[in-house]
Design a binder for this molecule. Structure first.
Ligand SMILES: [Zn+2]
Length: 61
């Protein structure tokens, strides 16, 4: 197997790994039920997107 000629220093290692982490989701409040949800995604508490029903929600008893 190929061997690296030089050891990667911690600075370069950090530069490489700065792209590895995931960004925190952009949280907005649903316009229909005012629950927090991810931006540009369907609200999972009321099933609406852009004030229109998209998901068929289970009826709570
Ligand atoms: Zn909602």
């Amino acid at each position: 197997m190929a061997e690296p000629k030089k050891r990667t220093n911690s600075s370069k290692q950090g530069m490489r790994r700065m792209h590895d982490h995931t960004k925190q989701a952009n949280i907005v409040y649903c316009e229909s039920c005012h629950e927090p949800k991810e931006a540009h995604k369907v609200c999972y508490s009321c099933g609406n997107f852009d004030k229109k029903p998209v998901l068929e929600m289970k009826k709570e008893k």
